[in-house]
Design a protein around this ligand. Structure first.
Ligand SMILES: Cc1cc2nc3c(=O)[nH]c(=O)nc-3n(C[C@H](O)[C@H](O)[C@H](O)COP(=O)(O)OP(=O)(O)OC[C@H]3O[C@@H](n4cnc5c(N)ncnc54)[C@H](O)[C@@H]3O)c2cc1C
Length: 431
């Protein structure tokens, strides 16, 4: 371990996916010396529904992570919902600004492209096959030990960003408590092909056991993600392919429209799908993206939140790094500001999960939406811009009309010293 008093780096970032690469690019462009450590080597697989909402596309452009005019994915201008045994309902983004669109991204390509984009910045060094193994948060610097291509190496910086995903090692090493949601869900994913008609936009199928997401890709293929209630361990005994085929039977309208590939290499599974942390900062530490807490993918906000976190990290760190104001008290602003958008996205996802678990309530909600084009527009806008508050009190009331009283009575939990900020009743566990 290097022992010079002045750290040779300003920032070390663990994880070069959406959150980490964007933060590295922004901090590097602001003149800070950044080391970006990534456990895998690109291109590497990442299980994701791959639907980036319009607000996320905007953020990618603003952060300079996509070359203008070359978004490298399949744009979509709305979502089709299939629920309650009713005909499909289209939620269009047409009333948004003309250039607002969602993007079906290929994570294999996008993540590699973003890491390469960050590494092109003169102040950023990217090391692949480099996993963070140990951290020590000192008075004057944070020391990080990483396995760099099989060789243990030490690095010192002013601040560490944990951008290493939902199973964050940095979060565990820093001892940040986590809180797992009461609902157990897992995801299965495969690449398929439409049997006859093409999928023109992102489609979401709801049942009381879970949802199916279909996103059209380039080359005529579709990404199919199934988010199912239960624990993956039990369901996956027969392997990802047979679990996928069994779960697809829950969605007969979709089953008849897609053909699955012969081999089993494009079938993948993952859990958990969501997680909360009590705080996203510490002494010389910020957690960003899924490492700081992940919202259930039901509303397709995960990638957008990861990008928002990277932008917020820049805003919080830019004035503090030069003055070395990086202890927990100084960085608490990050958690405070992040909680505002994260908790509203979390509650939105939880309400939708509550709603679709109850088939009668889901049917009423879809009927309410069908009758009210203005409500459809508001829901589309809330999803597209990642701002559930746009649905408004009246909109939520309309959608939830007929839902069980338990959904109505749930209040936003207030922070408490004994538990995490989102779910007072649940006991936080160590990461
Ligand atoms: C089934 C499913 C469907 C989803 N669908 C959507 C969707 O349609 N739209 C959407 O917006 N979001 C979706 N999401 C959420 C989205 O995938 C995540 O929110 C997003 O990938 C988070 O990005 P991240 O950069 O925080 O972390 P990740 O993308 O998880 O990346 C973490 C990185 O850290 C690296 N790493 C891990 N450990 C270490 C270590 N010790 N040292 C160094 N590097 C390390 C990993 O290799 C990885 O590259 C979905 C998620 C799931 C599970």
């Amino acid at each position: 371990m290097v022992s010079s008093p002045e750290p040779e780096l300003d920032v070390i970032i663990a994880g070069a996916s959406l959150a980490g690469s964007t933060a590295a690019h922004l901090l590097g462009a602001a003149g800070f010396r950044v080391l970006l450590l990534e456990k895998a080597s690109f291109p590497r697989p990442k299980i994701c529904g791959e639907g980036l909402m319009p607000s996320g596309v905007r953020l990618l452009h603003q952060a300079g992570m996509l070359e203008a005019g070359n978004p490298g994915g399949v744009p979509f201008k709305g979502i089709r919902l299939i629920a309650g045994g009713l005909p499909a309902l289209s939620l269009g983004f047409n009333h948004l600004r003309a250039h607002d669109y969602g993007l079906v991204v290929d994570r294999l390509k996008l993540d590699a492209q973003m890491a390469a984009r960050a590494a092109r910045c003169p102040n950023v060094t990217l090391l692949e096959r480099s996993a963070v193994k140990f951290v020590d948060f000192g008075e004057t610097a944070v020391e990080v030990l990483a396995d760099v291509k099989g060789v243990r190496q030490g690095f010192r910086a002013r601040v560490l960003l944990g951008a290493d995903g939902i199973r964050s090692e940095v979060r565990r090493l820093a001892g940040v408590p986590i809180c797992r949601p009461r609902r157990k869900r897992f995801a299965l994913r495969a690449l398929g092909r439409p049997r006859q008609d093409d999928f023109e936009t992102v489609e979401v199928y709801f049942t009381s056991r879970g949802e199916a997401y279909v996103a059209p890709r380039r080359g005529g293929r579709v990404t199919i993600s199934l988010l199912i209630d239960g624990t993956a361990a039990g369901a996956l005994r027969g392997g990802a392919r047979s679990s996928f085929e069994a779960a697809l039977e829950l969605f007969p309208e979709l089953r008849s429209r897609v053909a699955l590939p012969r081999g089993s290499d494009t079938f993948e599974a993952t859990a958990p799908l969501s997680l909360m942390t009590d705080r996203a900062h510490g002494n010389r530490l910020l957690l960003i993206g899924d490492a700081a807490g992940a919202v259930d993918p039901i509303t397709g906000q995960g990638m957008t939140l990861a990008l928002r976190d990277a932008c917020l990290a820049l805003a919080v760190l830019k004035p503090r790094i030069p003055r070395d104001r990086l202890l927990a008290g100084e960085l608490s602003e990050f958690t405070r500001k992040r909680n505002k958008y994260f908790s509203s996205a979390w509650r939105f996802a939880e309400r939708l999960l509550d709603l679709f678990e109850n088939p009668a309530a889901a049917r009423k909600a879809v009927l309410a939406l069908r009758r009210r084009p203005a409500l459809q527009e508001r829901l589309a806008e809330a999803l597209a811009l990642g701002r559930p508050e746009l649905l408004g009190w009246y909109g939520r009331a309309r959608m939830l009309a007929g839902a069980p009283v338990s959904i109505w009575m749930k209040k936003a939990a207030k922070p408490s010293s004994r538990s995490c900020s989102f779910c007072r009743s649940r006991v936080p566990s160590r990461g």
